[in-house]
Design a protein around this ligand. Structure first.
Ligand code: SF4
Length: 339
């Protein structure tokens, strides 16, 4: 048996000793497409093309954000976190969005909104349960090269302060940036020293206009997930399906001990062969898929919006947006015709 196969089997065993045989899709909800940092070497937001296409002032509307949350809730997805919009939305607006999205979810949510100071965290605690830091990689030299304007220290401080205040905490890590397997100890040290509750892994998706040209192999990516599962049996591990042929990765990531999957264009690819393949691979990995990427539930969508008690104009906008999204998901919209 190969070393990786043995590792995956160990990780699967550790998973089943600590969690029920279920999985789900974690949807991240973006607040805006522009990023004020915009210099991380691997990120699509660092490319000239993206900066031209998305002006600094271009924010996603609150109606669109809420529509995303309403659809996700009714399809049984969980909100991975609210993210994006670094220094784009004034804090008061971010806070209001957190309140509204947590209202849609009927529970507190997670956020990944840059480094947040204690005062702001305190104001968020009514709506926010967990705080995520986009660390990307743990080797200091690699990090300095890849994220020159996003130092780890402010995130590290936030994670520690948030933990002391009673928030759950997590970080994101991208595999394929040039990390070495020997860096795993640094990652383990980071998880331990910050007492993280969750980690989200992504596989690098190469973007034209960045120096990167390939995603890591599924086995290489799964190695990190499996090592983390074996070392941290109770940690919640989310794994992103970032590469081009994303659904190919689902099964191996679940076998590696990921709790759930994220970073799949679930609205755009709703009901697509790729979405069906993810559900199939989850079943093959022995997991019940909670919610659905393929079947639209019976829902009274108007009532779902009305029960939120929104301001009349916002309610009207959400109903309109929801209608557009649902049409697209049913394949009636040209934007969604590339399933
Ligand atoms: S990785 Fe995050 S902080 Fe860096 S450019 Fe992309 S969105 Fe901005």
């Amino acid at each position: 048996m190969t070393d990786l196969k043995q590792l995956l089997e160990r990780a699967s065993t550790v998973y089943s000793q600590n969690f029920p045989p279920v999985t789900w899709f974690g949807r991240c909800i973006f607040l805006s497409w522009y990023c004020d940092v915009g210099t991380c070497a691997f990120c699509f937001r660092s490319t000239i093309k993206h900066k031209i296409r998305h002006a600094a002032s271009a924010k996603r509307t609150v109606a669109s954000i809420l529509t995303d949350a309403i659809i996700g809730k009714n399809l049984g997805w969980r909100i991975e976190f609210l993210t994006g919009g670094y220094r784009i939305f004034p804090f008061e607006e971010q806070l209001e969005i957190c309140e509204l999205v947590s209202k849609v979810c009927g529970s507190k949510i997670w956020v990944n909104l840059g480094s947040i100071d204690k005062e702001r965290l305190r104001r968020m605690e009514r709506y926010v349960e967990g705080v995520c830091a986009s660390i990307e990689c743990v080797d200091p030299e690699l990090h300095a090269r890849i994220c020159p304007d996003k130092p780890v220290e402010p995130y590290s401080k936030m994670l520690k302060e948030a933990k002391e205040m009673g928030f759950k905490t997590s970080c994101t890590i991208v595999i394929g940036l040039g990390e070495k397997k020997s860096d795993f100890e640094k990652l383990a040290e980071f998880i331990e020293s910050h007492q993280l509750d969750r980690i989200t892994f992504y596989a690098l998706k190469p973007v034209a206009g960045t120096p990167y040209t390939k995603s890591p192999e599924p086995e290489e990516y799964a190695w990190w997930v499996a090592q983390t599962r074996v070392r941290f049996p109770k940690l919640e591990i989310m794994a992103g399906l970032t590469p081009q042929r994303s659904s190919d990765y689902a099964g191996v990531l679940l076998k590696a001990g990921a709790n759930a999957l994220t970073k799949f264009p679930a609205v755009k690819r709703f009901g697509s062969p790729q979405a069906a393949e993810i559900e199939r691979q989850a079943a093959e990995a022995g997991r019940e898929f909670q919610g659905s990427l393929t079947r639209m539930p019976e829902a009274d969508w108007e009532a779902e919006v009305e029960k939120l008690g929104l301001e009349p104009e916002l309610e009207r906008q959400v109903k309109q947006k929801l209608g557009e999204y649902l049409k697209g998901m049913a394949g009636e919209c040209p934007e969604n015709s590339n399933k």
